[in-house]
Design a protein around this ligand. Structure first.
Ligand code: HEC
Ligand code: HEC
Ligand code: HEC
Length: 180
């Protein structure tokens, strides 16, 4: 990992990444100490503490310490999929390999894990064109909070989890027999 970091810094994006990767708290901060809630307000006792709500869920080592896809898949949480009965829930089970054969393992974008939470229109076509290879991805843009970085590091697992996106060894793609 040290080599990769050196490369990013050499690219001149070290400053950007330092801000984007600001370390997450190791534990859940109590509401009265989070700097957002008024600790003097008696109503604070009516609110559920993050630790109480999140501790029973599958743990992660990053972000807000919950492995959300696992929480959903295991049934630990069962959020409502729609408010209006006429809303059509669309789940797409398709992985797309965004491959450049660079210094990192290739990126696998999983549609299923996204469409369990999001609608197609959250990404298509304003953010990403719905055509393989039609988008020009860049790690610099992502670290700047664009593309995947619009959500990752904000509302989804943080960008420090390199291997969760860069999950496919380049060698496995080079062999025609193992192509996806
Ligand atoms: C949210 C998903 C995501 C995360 C997390 C992520 N990346 Fe990327 N990264 C991408 C995408 C998408 C590309 C563009 C892929 C391409 O075109 O090859 C990319 C491209 C890159 C590239 C240029 C292509 C290459 O392989 O040389 C490097 C270097 C890179 N990322 C390093 C990192 C490092 C280091 C981390 C962790 C600190 C990281 N990335 C975390 C999605 C991610
Ligand atoms: C979180 C963002 C996101 C969501 C939500 C999303 N997609 Fe995608 N979609 C992508 C990305 C990224 C690609 C890859 C584009 C590329 O390779 O340049 C893609 C590619 C596609 C493609 C091209 C596949 C091909 O074989 O050419 C289609 C079709 C598509 N999406 C349809 C959908 C549909 C239908 C939904 C809803 C059920 C959906 N997407 C939801 C991000 C998303
Ligand atoms: C519109 C918001 C949004 C965008 C844009 C987005 N993601 Fe995600 N992504 C999510 C959410 C929400 C989850 C589920 C929560 C989590 O895992 O933190 C998720 C989960 C994932 C997972 C699955 C993690 C697991 O545990 O299985 C991967 C891999 C991933 N994203 C990669 C990407 C890549 C690569 C891109 C860019 C091409 C991208 N995402 C763009 C919101 C987004």
């Amino acid at each position: 990992m040290a080599g990769v970091w050196r490369k990013l810094v050499v690219w001149g994006i070290g400053i950007v990444s330092a801000a984007a990767l600001a370390a997450a708290p190791a534990l859940w901060v109590a509401l009265e100490k989070d700097g957002l809630h008024d600790p003097a307000n008696p109503a604070i006792k009516l609110l559920q503490q993050p630790a109480e709500a999140l501790a029973p869920l599958p743990r992660d080592t990053a972000g807000n310490q919950v492995r959300w896809v696992q929480a959903l898949d295991s049934g630990a949480i069962a959020p409502r999929t729609n408010l209006l009965p006429e809303t059509k829930v669309r789940v797409l089970d398709q992985d797309i390999i965004v491959s450049k054969f660079g210094s990192m393992p290739a990126v696998k974008f999983p549609h299923r894990q996204h469409t369990l939470w999001l609608d197609c229109s959250n990404c298509h076509n304003a953010l990403f064109k719905d055509k393989i290879g039609a988008n020009k991805f860049s790690m610099v843009a992502i670290l700047n909070g664009e593309q995947c970085g619009l959500c990752h590091g904000a509302v989804a697992f943080p960008l420090t989890e390199c291997n969760r996106c860069h999950s496919v060894p380049n060698e496995s793609l080079r062999k025609p027999a193992a192509a996806p």
